[in-house]
Structure formats: structure tokens, C-alpha cells
Ligand binder design. Structure first.
Ligand SMILES: *[C@@H]1O[C@H](CO)[C@@H](O)[C@H](O)[C@H]1NC(C)=O
Ligand SMILES: *[C@@H]1O[C@H](CO)[C@@H](O)[C@H](O)[C@H]1NC(C)=O
Ligand SMILES: *[C@@H]1O[C@H](CO)[C@@H](O)[C@H](O)[C@H]1NC(C)=O
Ligand SMILES: *[C@@H]1O[C@H](CO)[C@@H](O)[C@H](O)[C@H]1NC(C)=O
Length: 668
């Protein structure tokens, strides 16, 4: 019996420990908490059974009476002169034989009759892991109610206006006076405080939020807004279109956040590490390349990970308030809340891999707070939206040298895998195609399209949820992109998120390739084609397995960097006066450091039929480290290679096993 209980204790202890590690540090899948907590209950029951067993008590008794094993021979020998004492010592030894040592008890999780402290520690560890699991699930929910959150944040800012979202549930703070002033650089005195308006009432119908628009602002000017409830913030308007400054733009992009993951028991449960990293990176950027905005491409609330507490409007609202209650938004040195965040949604704003349209539950409940907290201060809808403006959730705007189209890839999509599967719905697709083929506005050299899921089908896990599940619609869009690049002299960039990994991919123009076959390398060689940069998570899990790989010549891999809990892209556009081109540099940050930079260019004066110059890698930390490795290899001979081969073989094995797991537990 005890033997069986021991076996169960070892097994369940291992489940509690490995399960907690995976859940709290690796991937917060919803299968883990039941596994961990059930294992813990069975574990505690079997430990109880073991320590209550007479055999265990006897062993404990004799362990207390028997001198320490090291002194055993000496003292036992002396005592053995008194006959029956020797017999007892022998049976005592037999009783404690088979009891785990101190270390054995710690490792296996079983109680040890030989060491009371080992028993306490090993059982304590497992109980603590159970408590950590409960803490991660519930502390934020129970101890940090967010109903009284007062919030203000900057949304879309143009050259003459700014949208600000306000939330104030305390009616004693109303009416809310809104004022603003110009920030005069290098001066003690700021501009006069101007009154923008008064908010008389806020109510439950919008969860006490309201979008404010400040209009009539000067271009390329910094402002501070001040509300009578003590909320304030800063923003800078974009340059006047056509001005010199309008040739420059810096912005950020990423996706996916979850507070306090990887879990740290000592951290605030709403802390979002990646947002703090962002704040530090922004503070180190030179003032000319401070980001004008963040394009956040979805998975902002992650409602269903690790556990969905409900699907009503109030549950969804609660999740938005929770994220905005994070202290990380205000962390020094350059609070992330002062950067305008522009949003699109992805499945974890609704439910995993959502494709059931915009009327099926829980979509309407999910969309309600998304409209109030995000859409209300997003950029305007496209010039030709082909839809009722109030129901349109895709956006378009121009900022300096680039224009943008932010796709909604969830509200209008149908099930993947059919010939007529649509990610965008017919109105949005028409609107996008019109945007792609429309020339201008003047000065725009770059057209940037964002999608919550990657265009490339190189991600081989969960491909159907990405554009890989909508190949016909994807091809329609790509044909339009290639045609417009040939005709308009602008360059298209695709930005996406969702995968918790970084992948840069290019899509060469097959027509250009066919018609210029004598010079094939010039059109289809390295760096050619429409580029996509997919990045995430800003603050969430990543997996130690590899899921991206080039399968054909349509989607050419440029760079793949899967590791890192915090990733984002910083895109800088500027004019190179010498060569007369507009240059876009994509810098990938992982855990706060630049690890990869890529350069794309487009001539300022387009010539019809001229092929766009190839993209080039400006910096690759992996390669620099790789060359150090190569040196080491020469010195160490082929031993390192051998070790590396077996390491890679081990990695492949782990990949195979985990690949199956990932397919089951896919929550990206
Ligand atoms: C203890 O004593 C026995 C014989 O008395 C001997 O065989 C054994 O090796 C001793 N063990 C140690 C650890 O000294
Ligand atoms: C605003 O903040 C100041 C100090 O920072 C405080 O004295 C004042 O009471 C606050 N007012 C409100 C309405 O919270
Ligand atoms: C839902 O989608 C359809 C098109 O697919 C659109 O006509 C309708 O306006 C949308 N409704 C909402 C509430 O977004
Ligand atoms: C627009 O959305 C509302 C719900 O927000 C819905 O009642 C209405 O039918 C939609 N209009 C169209 C044309 O789909």
C-alpha cells in the first residue's frame, strides 16, 4: 500500500511541479490549472496516507533512536555487546531502509521518515506552487477591482487634431473641464491654458468613457491636456503635409499582452513587463525619432487566457479596465500612456480563432467595450468604406510619408479553407483594393497595411487561422499590391502580429519575374518583393519550438526570430538627401534591445516600370554572435560541432513532442 502511495506521490508531485513551471513561466494554457490543482489534491492525500501508515511511524521512531549512519558502525558495535539491543538496531535499520534521503525527498516529493524538515520542505514546495497557480488566476480578479478606474489616454493625432479617451466613474468629479496648452520647448513657460469644453455627464452606457476631440491645433507642435479630475497627458501633432518634416516618421508596432506573465509572485498582478520595456526604449530614442504612435494589432485583453470568467459585456469591459489599470502605463522614464495607441482587434478580444461573424455571441458583447475603449479614438474610416460608417471597423489615415490601412480581420471573416472563404468581407475587401490602387496623397511614398494575423503561410501551426486559410483572397490582394507597386511608384509594407514570434517574409512579384526573365535576379533576387514584418508578443509567452519555415517560392523567408517574451518593431522613415530616396528602417527589439535591422527604399521621383531597389539587412546580432562562434569552432576543432549536432538532435526530438502539444494548446 505504502509503495503504491509512494508511487502516486512521486507522480503527482512531478505533475504539480512541471505543470506549474509550464503554466506560470511558459504558456498559460487553460488545461494546466485543473491538472495542477487535481494533482496537488491527490498528492496531499497520498502524502497523508504515507505519514499515517504504521510502517512510516515506525521508521520515523527508529530514525530518531538510531544514531546517524556515519557513526553507525562504531557505536552500534559497542552497544552490540548487550545482545537484544543489537537486534533492535538491526530492525531499526531495516525500517528506515528504503526511506528517501533528504535530497531524495526534496526531488521526489515523497515524505521521508529520516528527515522531518525534508518532508516539510518538499510538501511545502508543492503547496506553494498550487498557491502560485491560484494567485496568478485570481489575485488580479479579486483584489484589484477596477470599477473606479479614472483613465485618460491619447488616441489618433493628426496635424490639426487629437482624440483623447476619458473615463471617470466618480460623479462628484463632474462636470469635467477639459483644457490644453502648448508645450514650449526649452522654456519655463508653457502656452496659455485654453478651455476645450466641458463634459457634463458620463454614464454606464459607455462604461463611463467618452472620446474628446481637440481641434484647431498647430501642426508639429507639442501639447499638454489637463482635465479637472487631475488627469493629464501629452501629445505632439503630426507635421503639415508637404512640409519638410512630413518626410520623416517613426512609429511602433506589436501585439499580444497579458499582465504578470511570465509569472512573478512578487510583482503587481497587473504589471505588464513589456510596456515598461517600451517606456525605457522610447526614452533612449533621439528626440527626432520619438514614435508618433503605436500600432497595436490585437490580443490586447487576452480574455480567454488562462481562463475566461464569463462572456457578458461586463466581463469584457472588466478586461479592458484591468489592462488600463496596470501601473506599467505610467512607469518612468517615458510613460507609455503618452504614446498614442491605435488599435485593431484579434481573436483574444473575442474568443480563440474567432470566425463566426459579428452577430454570433460572444462577438456583440466583445465588441461593445472595444468600441468604447479603442474604436472611439482610432483613426477615421477609409475614404471609400463601402459600408455604413457607424458599423465600419477598419481605418485609414496618412501620417507624413506613409499612409495606413488598418484591417479588421475578425468581425467580417468566414470559416477558412473554402474557395470563397473571406477574411475581410466584401465591403472591406473593396475598400482595401480601392486604397491600394488609389494614387497619392502627394508626398506619400509608403503604403502600410496592417493585419492582426500574418499574410505569410510560412507559419505551419494554426495556418488556417492566418491568411494561409484564405489563399484566394490573399492572392487577390497580392495581385493588387504588385500592380500598384509597378504603376504608382510607392512601396507597400505589411505589418502583422498574433504569432508570438518575429518573422520577416517577402512576396516577389511573379509577373515582374516572368516578363523580365533575362534579368530574373534583379526582380526576384534577394530583398525583392512586398515585405511583411510580423511581430509579437509585446508581453506574453513564446514557445521554445520552431513553427515557421519557407515551403515554396511565393513566401520567401527573410528572418525568423522566435525567442523573447517582449518584442516590438520600431519603424523609421526618412529621406536620404544624397541618394534621393525615402528610406524605411525596421528595427526589431527583443527584451529591450535591437537585434535586427532591415532597410527598404523607394525613389522620391518614381519612374514608371522602374524596379524597386532590394531590401537589405543593416544589422543582425545573431550573425555577429555567429561569427564569434565560428572562430571558437576553428579553435575547438570539430568537437563543438559534434556537441552541437547532438544538441540539435535533442532539440528536434523535443520539437516533435512539443509540436503535438502546441497544436493541442494553441492560444496565439
Ligand atoms: C560496518 O561494519 C561492518 C562489519 O562490522 C563492515 O562490513 C562494514 O563495511 C562497515 N561499514 C562501514 C561504513 O564502515
Ligand atoms: C489633484 O492633485 C493635487 C496634488 O497633486 C491635489 O492636491 C488635489 O486634491 C487633486 N484634485 C483632485 C480633484 O483629485
Ligand atoms: C456585420 O458585418 C456585416 C457585413 O459582413 C455588416 O454589413 C454589418 O454592418 C456588420 N455589423 C456590425 C455591427 O458591425
Ligand atoms: C449596424 O450595427 C448595428 C448594431 O450596432 C445593427 O443593429 C445594424 O443592423 C447594423 N447595420 C447594418 C446595415 O448592418
Amino acid at each position: 500500500m505504502v509503495q503504491f502511495q509512494n508511487f502516486i506521490a512521486v507522480l503527482t508531485s512531478a505533475l504539480v511541479r512541471l505543470g506549474s513551471y509550464a503554466f506560470l513561466r511558459w504558456i498559460p494554457g487553460h488545461h494546466f490549472p485543473p491538472l495542477i490543482l487535481t494533482s496537488l489534491a491527490v498528492y496531499l492525500a497520498s502524502v497523508w496516507g504515507i505519514v499515517r501508515d504504521p510502517e512510516f511511524t515506525r521508521a520515523q521512531q527508529s530514525s530518531r533512536d538510531t544514531p546517524k549512519p556515519r557513526a553507525k558502525n562504531g557505536s552500534a558495535k559497542r552497544k552490540s555487546k548487550k545482545g537484544d539491543e543489537g537486534g533492535r538496531a538491526e530492525s531499526q535499520t531495516a525500517a528506515i531502509l528504503g526511506q528517501p534521503s533528504f535530497l531524495g525527498s526534496l526531488l521526489k516529493g515523497t515524505p521521508s521518515a529520516r528527515s522531518k524538515s525534508a518532508t516539510w520542505i518538499t510538501v511545502g514546495i508543492n503547496i506553494l506552487l498550487g498557491l502560485f497557480t491560484l494567485d496568478f488566476l485570481f489575485r488580479g480578479q479579486l483584489l484589484y477591482p477596477t470599477t473606479d478606474l479614472a483613465l485618460s489616454r491619447v488616441g489618433y493625432v493628426s496635424s490639426s487634431s487629437a482624440k483623447i479617451l476619458v473615463r471617470e466613474p466618480d460623479s462628484s468629479k463632474l462636470p469635467l473641464h477639459v483644457s490644453y496648452q502648448q508645450i514650449v520647448p526649452d522654456s519655463e513657460y508653457d502656452g496659455n491654458l485654453l478651455e476645450a469644453g466641458i463634459l457634463y455627464s458620463l454614464d454606464e452606457s459607455t462604461d463611463y468613457t467618452h472620446p474628446i476631440t481637440l481641434a484647431g491645433l498647430q501642426p508639429a507642435t507639442s501639447y499638454r491636456y489637463i482635465l479637472s479630475n487631475n488627469q493629464s497627458g501629452e501629445f505632439t501633432t503630426s507635421p503639415l503635409p508637404g512640409s519638410d518634416a512630413a518626410n520623416r516618421l517613426t512609429f511602433l508596432t506589436s501585439s499580444c499582452i497579458k499582465p504578470n506573465f511570465p509569472y512573478n509572485p512578487l510583482s503587481h498582478p497587473l504589471r505588464i513587463f513589456g510596456i515598461e520595456t517600451l517606456s525605457e526604449v522610447i526614452s533612449k530614442l533621439p528626440s527626432l525619432s520619438k514614435p508618433s504612435f503605436m500600432l497595436f494589432l490585437g490580443d490586447f485583453i487576452y480574455i480567454d487566457v488562462p481562463f475566461r470568467f464569463g462572456s457578458s459585456i461586463s466581463h469584457y469591459r472588466n478586461e479592458y479596465r484591468r489592462v488600463y489599470s496596470s501601473p506599467s502605463w505610467h512607469s518612468a522614464p517615458e510613460p507609455a500612456i503618452n504614446t498614442p495607441w491605435l488599435h485593431t482587434l484579434d481573436d483574444h478580444e473575442i474568443a480563440n480563432d474567432w470566425h463566426a461573424g459579428n452577430t454570433t455571441a460572444p462577438y456583440p458583447a466583445a465588441a461593445e467595450p472595444y468600441v468604447h475603449y479603442h474604436i472611439s479614438v482610432n483613426p477615421p474610416i477609409p475614404e471609400s468604406s463601402f459600408a455604413i460608417p457607424s458599423n465600419t471597423s477598419y481605418f485609414s489615415f496618412t501620417s507624413g510619408p506613409a499612409s495606413f490601412f488598418l484591417l479588421d480581420t475578425r468581425a467580417y471573416r468566414s470559416a477558412p479553407g473554402n474557395d470563397d472563404s473571406t477574411m475581410l468581407g466584401s465591403a472591406q475587401l473593396k475598400s482595401l483594393l480601392a486604397y491600394i490602387s488609389r494614387p497619392g496623397p502627394a508626398g506619400v511614398k509608403w503604403k502600410i497595411i496592417t493585419s492582426s494575423v500574418p499574410f505569410t503561410k510560412n507559419w505551419q501551426v494554426g495556418t488556417a487561422d492566418t491568411w494561409g486559410g484564405f489563399p484566394h483572397e490573399r492572392r487577390t490582394i497580392f495581385d493588387a499590391l504588385w500592380r500598384a507597386e509597378r504603376d504608382l511608384g510607392v512601396r507597400f509594407i505589411l505589418l502583422s502580429g498574433d504569432r508570438h514570434e518575429f518573422g520577416a517574409t517577402r512576396f516577389p512579384d511573379p509577373l515582374l519575374y516572368a516578363t523580365s526573365s533575362p534579368d530574373a535576379v534583379a526582380v526576384a533576387g534577394p530583398g525583392k518583393g512586398v515585405h511583411e514584418f510580423c511581430v509579437g508578443p509585446l508581453s506574453m509567452f513564446y514557445l521554445p519550438i520552431r513553427s515557421y519555415g519557407q515551403a515554396d517560392d511565393d513566401d520567401v523567408a527573410v528572418k525568423y526570430l522566435p525567442d523573447g517574451n517582449s518584442k516590438f518593431g520600431a519603424i523609421n522613415i526618412d529621406v536620404d538627401e544624397k541618394s534621393g530616396v525615402s528610406v524605411l528602417i525596421y528595427s526589431l527589439y527583443i527584451d529591450g534591445e535591437v537585434v535586427w535591422k532591415y532597410r527598404l527604399a523607394v525613389p522620391l521621383v518614381p519612374e514608371k516600370g522602374r524596379i524597386l531597389p532590394p531590401g537589405e539587412v543593416l544589422y543582425d546580432r545573431e550573425e555577429e554572435e555567429g561569427s564569434a562562434l565560428a572562430k571558437l569552432e576553428r579553435i575547438a576543432g570539430d568537437w563543438e560541432q559534434r556537441i552541437r549536432n547532438s544538441w540539435e538532435f535533442g532539440g528536434e526530438l523535443v520539437n516533435m513532442v512539443l509540436g503535438g502539444f502546441l497544436r493541442a494548446e494553441r492560444i496565439d
